[in-house]
Design a protein around this ligand. Structure first.
Ligand code: F0G
Length: 482
């Protein structure tokens, strides 16, 4: 993809698409936003979209689809078994991900359930670069444990390291030696490591992980949900691949792994998921579980219309003018916020911009969910819905104790081709204001805490009357502006 330079010298991420269908947004008054927070248990997952201005909770299932994806959905082949829509998805998986066997699953976590059910035995250990919430939940559900093996640099929120998602190779060797290869069903690499700020790994690192896996005869699993973005950043940051096509980079990454699974809600701007491999043995081990948990082998819980959209969306990952849109908007958001003094995770990653709330809200104890409190406060003063990615998203240990997250982040997702640059500027403006007034933000406590994945359905309430104080300051500074 060729750079488009501005005569002014400004570095602006120019959109290479046009908008043909729009959805009207509402920005409701701050008083209504407080009511909405109360109704939703001060958890941004509890909000209704009618109360949300910019929905930055996730890019999962919310990326804008292309005209070609929508067109393909019209020709879907409705059939319980033998649907030609599935044949088209299989062909796309083979062409793009280079794997001939495909097992459909209704979304990424369903693929994780199938893989964990087949391979996790009680006491097993899964080394990974970093966990994702649903991955951890499924592995522990089947009695397994995980160990995260990143380099120290990855835990630094401010950094210029291009590949914070790299697996720590020395630690991986150590863990295999201590645990024994027979207790390790697979090693998992997550493309664009989500929970540390959407940070990629390099192909060189993946090659080295592959070599270690081979040495010990361990299966290598790739979570490819954010593969397109990881591939884009490899092209940008790994010199060896600067002139390599996206198709080839993606293929190089998947060919290093035995089993690849994905959330199509992210990878292909649609809704669904899948597991693919070239190993017939793996295919045969997993296949019987698909009709049990998901649906017949040619739809796996997905609508055939979405299957068509996935097939087209997979090919679109080859187009870096499409894949670059979200990372470049994120880069713009992060750099603009940093210029204003807002502590952000750097270098800018993918999926979203990540605010380092621990640095902003030093006065909130970690027992009161720093990032969760900041996420609620940010919605209150902006109508923008982000997602807490900190201790609230962690699960308690086996004794019921809190486990505190390495980072307390507010994630502001930037789904592909959904927002305009002026909306991103609004986000930066309100982030700037809240950072300056962060002393007014207080903590939260649970009033209902679900036992599993508590961040989805948990209900909380503010400790003290900080929401009223924040509203008063907002009114003082913004008058009758929304
Ligand atoms: N793996 C990764 C790396 C993910 O980011 C996600 C989902 C999943 C697996 C699970 O896929 O949602 O289709 O079941 N991430 C979403 C997010 C939920 O908002 O980051 P799923």
């Amino acid at each position: 993809m060729q750079e488009i330079k501005f005569f002014s010298g400004e570095n602006i991420p120019l959109e290479l698409h046009k908008v043909r269908v729009v959805q009207k947004l509402n920005l409701v008054p701050i008083e209504r936003r407080l009511e909405a927070l109360k109704e939703g248990g001060f958890n941004t997952f509890g909000l209704q979209t009618t109360d949300i201005f910019l929905d930055m909770i996730t890019d999962s299932g919310t990326n804008a689809m292309s005209d070609n994806q929508l067109a393909a959905m019209m020709r879907a082949d409705d059939a319980y078994a033998g649907s030609q829509s599935f044949v088209r998805m299989q062909k796309a998986v083979e062409d793009v991900l280079g794997k001939k066997y495909l097992l459909p699953a209704h979304q990424g976590r369903a693929a994780e359930n199938i893989i964990s059910c087949a391979y996790i035995k009680k006491g097993n250990l899964v080394p990974m670069n970093y966990h994702f919430t649903t991955t951890l939940a499924h592995i522990t559900q089947y009695g397994g444990r995980i160990v995260e093996l990143l380099y120290d640099e990855a835990y630094k929120t401010t950094s210029s390291h291009p590949f914070k998602g790299n697996m720590n190779l020395e630690k991986l060797e150590e863990v295999i030696k201590m645990e024994g290869a027979s207790n390790i069903p697979f090693i998992r690499m997550e493309a664009s490591t989500n929970l540390i700020g959407g940070q990629p790994f390099s192909i060189q690192n993946l090659r080295e992980v592959r070599a270690i896996a081979d040495k010990h005869g361990i299966c290598l699993v790739l979570d490819a949900s954010l593969l397109g973005e990881n591939a884009y950043l490899v092209k940008q940051r790994e010199a060896e691949f600067a002139n390599t096509s996206m198709a080839e980079i993606i293929h190089t990454m998947t060919s290093l792994c035995d089993l690849v699974y994905f959330s199509a809600r992210k990878l292909s701007s649609s809704r669904g998921g899948g597991i693919c491999t070239n190993d017939e043995k793996i295919y045969k081990e997993l296949a019987p579980l698909i009709p049990l948990f998901e649906g017949f082998l040619t739809y796996g819980g997905m609508s055939v219309r979405e299957i068509e959209a996935i097939a087209v969306g997979l090919y679109e990952t080859w187009d870096d003018s499409m894949i670059c849109q979200s990372p470049r908007f994120i880069e713009y958001l992060v750099n603009s916020a940093v210029e204003k003094g807002v502590p952000m995770v750097t270098p800018p990653g993918v999926l979203g911009a990540h605010v380092n709330t621990r640095k902003i809200c030093k006065h909130i104890p970690r027992t009161q969910y720093i990032a969760g409190s900041f996420a609620a406060a940010f919605y209150l003063i902006s109508g923008v819905r982000g997602m807490e990615r900190g201790s609230l998203s962690n699960q308690r240990d086996e004794y019921g104790n809190e486990t505190y997250a390495d980072m307390e982040l507010l994630r502001l997702a930037v789904p592909r081709r959904v927002f305009t640059l002026s909306q991103i500027k609004y986000v930066v403006d309100r982030l700037d204001w809240l950072t300056r007034n962060a002393k007014l933000v207080g903590g939260l406590k649970f009033v209902y805490e679900p036992p599993v994945l508590r961040f989805f359905m948990g209900r909380l309430e503010p400790i003290g009357d900080w929401t009223e104080k924040l509203i008063a300051k907002f009114k003082e500074d913004f008058g009758d502006s929304l």
